[in-house]
Design a protein around this ligand. Structure first.
Ligand code: ZN
Length: 409
């Protein structure tokens, strides 16, 4: 089992079972944080938790080290072979309407998670999540922050009544509804019922959106949890530093400072400020002594160059650059039917990826040209694969009338 999930369950449930003062648990996930960047200067609140608490020095992300894969591990305590969430996308073998009919929908979307759940019999992870387990045992539960991982912690409840879910999508058609209790608390605190979007710009941290989630937690959700007078389990998934690191403009056309530039450091500080805010609020509410805080990132970040003409990676076959979702499907392909599925998925995924890269770098600057070159080579590579796939599909269909629409297991 995933160690963090075991730890969360242990800290919450065993204490309650011991008939002592029940403890609360906050899991604080600074998305994309590299542990070695945490120092008393760069991130004092996180450094304090680490240095004054217990430091798990040998922890590691689940591989592939992407967000929803690790969210599924945090949420269930299971490795990816059990949850099937190998990537931020998942192969479902049929078009998903809420994802523009993609067969490999992007999972950081509450509507998509709902539809994928339906496709997989009501629970795409097929494992109980810690928030669901906690609320069944009488805990209050809440998940706040980044859309996608937040809902994964209690994705089978879409009412907003059992677990408080507040992410980017609240107040929109894609979001989980707010309960009347939460709406009233937000309104009383003077907070909008719709989350702001990501802070625009490439040299500023995602401050506005993060402030909103911190405000919601400090001014509305923690007071609600306190007033209920029972133990709670709160997941706080900070979009920063990930959100800012993805878009930072400190290193255009240069490998230095790379991911260690001032904007990324501001994003780490942004997340750190919000952890401090939560701890201060716990103090004001008299909850410090009864609340355990776990800080654990889902994955790190690194600076890479996509422009080398000589590295081993640059010489690898194009298929090695396929997104993880496609490779995940490939790992599990064992039968002729599944071979066809794998081939078709690979072809479609390559096309989608090529289109996505073209869109991303549509307004080309000099740094994008090499990447765009990769896009075109992907497209060229997709053509023969497409031909081979169609031929295989025809051969397969000539032997069987079944269509290729079943979940690969
Ligand atoms: Zn992440």
């Amino acid at each position: 089992m995933n160690r963090i999930a075991v730890l969360i369950m242990g800290l919450a449930f065993s204490t309650a079972a011991a008939a002592q003062a029940p403890h609360n648990v906050i899991l604080f996930v600074p998305d994309g944080l590299r542990a070695l960047r945490v120092t008393p200067e760069s991130a004092p609140a996180m450094a304090a938790v680490r240095d004054q608490g217990v430091n798990f020095r040998n922890s590691h992300s689940i591989f592939p080290t992407v967000t929803t894969a690790n969210a599924s591990g945090f949420a269930t305590g299971h490795q990816l072979g059990d949850t099937g969430d190998f990537s931020n996308t998942i192969y479902v073998g049929r078009p998903v309407a809420s994802a523009n009919n993609s067969v490999t929908p992007f999972l950081e979307n509450d509507r998509v998670l709902g539809e994928v759940d339906q496709i997989f019999g009501g629970d795409y992870l097929d494992e109980e999540t810690i928030l669901k387990a906690a609320r069944k045992r009488g805990f209050s539960t809440a998940a706040i922050g980044k859309v996608g991982p937040v809902l994964i912690f209690d994705h089978t409840d879409r009412t907003g009544e059992l677990t408080i879910v507040i992410d980017d999508a609240i107040g929109t058609n894609n979001g989980i509804p707010l309960s009347s209790e939460v709406k009233a608390a937000l309104t009383a605190a003077g907070l909008p019922l719709v989350a702001p979007g990501r802070t625009p710009g490439t040299t500023i941290a995602n401050v506005t959106q993060e402030n909103y989630f911190a405000d919601v937690t400090a001014k509305a959700v923690l007071p609600i949890l306190k007033a209920r007078n029972k133990p709670f389990l709160l997941v706080y998934w900070s979009r920063d530093p990930d959100a800012t690191q993805h878009g930072q403009g400190d290193s255009l056309n240069s490998l230095t400072p790379g991911i260690n530039g001032p904007t990324s450091l501001a994003a780490i500080r942004n997340a750190d400020d919000n952890l401090k805010r939560l701890r201060d609020t716990l103090g004001a509410l008299g909850l410090t002594e009864s609340t355990n805080i776990i800080v654990a990132a889902d994955h790190g970040f690194s600076t890479i160059s996509k422009q080398s003409q000589t590295s081993a990676a640059a010489k690898r076959p194009t298929t090695m650059f396929l997104p993880a979702s496609c490779r995940a499907a490939s790992f599990r392909s064992i039968s002729p039917r599944r071979s066809v599925c794998r081939c078709t998925t690979r072809m479609r995924t390559m096309r989608l990826w090529a289109r996505m890269l073209t869109r991303k770098y549509g307004a080309m600057d000099s740094s994008a040209r090499t990447h765009l070159g990769r896009t075109w080579s992907l497209r060229r590579a997709a053509a023969p694969i497409s031909f081979i796939c169609r031929a295989r599909m025809r051969r397969w269909r000539s032997r069987s009338s079944s269509s290729c629409s079943r979940r690969i297991t």
